[in-house]
Design a binder for this molecule. Sequence first.
Ligand code: NDP
Length: 350
Amino acid sequence: MPTSKAFEVEPLRKRNPKMVKGRKWILKQHFSGEPKIDDFELVEEELPELKNGEIMFRSLYISVDPYQKPFSASNPVPSTMIGSSVAVVEKSKHKGFPEGAGIVLYAGWVERGIVNPDEKLSFLGGTWKYPKIKGLSPSMMLGACGMPGLTAYFGLLRVCEPKSGETVVVSGAAGAVGSMVGQIAKIKGAKTIGFTGSDEKVKTLKDIGFDYAFNYKKISVEDALKESAPQGVDCYFDNVGGDMSTSVLQNMAQGGRVSVCGAISTYNGGKPSKCVDLLPLFLFTELKIEGFVVGRWEKEHEAGLRELARWINEGKLKAEETVVEGFENTPQAFLGLFDGSNTGKMVVKV
Ligand code: NDP
């Protein structure tokens, strides 16, 4: 794994006479099992003067995402917790990033900091000035029109390629990615079936247009699919892995397509699910299964974002969000991803 530039120790620079301070969250130790509050520490630092080519940013929203759990294992500790935020440029010595510009950057869980936008900040990415589009809020640049929305858009349309009248099943359906997948499938004329972890979220899924929604903690996936997909599942967009996916895979239709996006049920370790020999089944139903990482379509991200934004402005897509108030609550928000506290994109309002 490449190491991140942002985590290298920088030489001491001249102190800023105005003493601008910034806070950031440090990951003290690598996670062992479920993430814990004690794994993190909030630190405040005095920021140095800007050098040519640098900007000072202030985050408006911090993104907490499940990928931050497995990906943080490849960074040295202690170091700034990895991740992205949507921010405003407060001071600038970079012509391309003037004061007041809206940016998305992979500086980690940082409230206020200094970066050089021409440099890659971590293996996750750098700094990006997002287009101003009427009707979009900044937090959407982390959710519906950001990385999760693009994951749903490209992972569904390019891997599963759903056709009108087909049946699309989504696991983790009420989350940032899943809620978008179901709605995009609906725009394409598919029948949509979502699995999620509470009755309240089942109701939300029906409100945003899923044809069927089930609480996987209360029903068996097999029974739910007998009722909702008697002809089999044409497309399965998988966010969780484990036993739920094994059950869906045994109910695929001839020529079905499976998009393997995530495996959150496995991220905290624990008991591995039973291994079922599914390959003969794949043979006779001629299934296509493909894993992907959203960066594959990086060159097309802006085009995808614009189409998502258009659907939002036309009222065809609803951007569900769970907003946690206060930078100091970022770790709690992150932990909430693993106990199902969020509906739609979980963001922290700084
Ligand atoms: P979500 O917004 O869906 O948040 C996580 C949700 O996962 C929780 O709310 C919870 O919902 C569900 N969950 C948590 N633990 C479990 C479990 N043990 N079993 C089943 N469900 C669980 O996250 P995202 O939408 O951001 O991410 C969804 C998936 O997509 C993740 O696996 C992530 O790693 C992956 N991903 C992959 C990308 C790629 O490029 N391939 C890019 C972005 C994300 P509930 O109440 O329904 O259980």
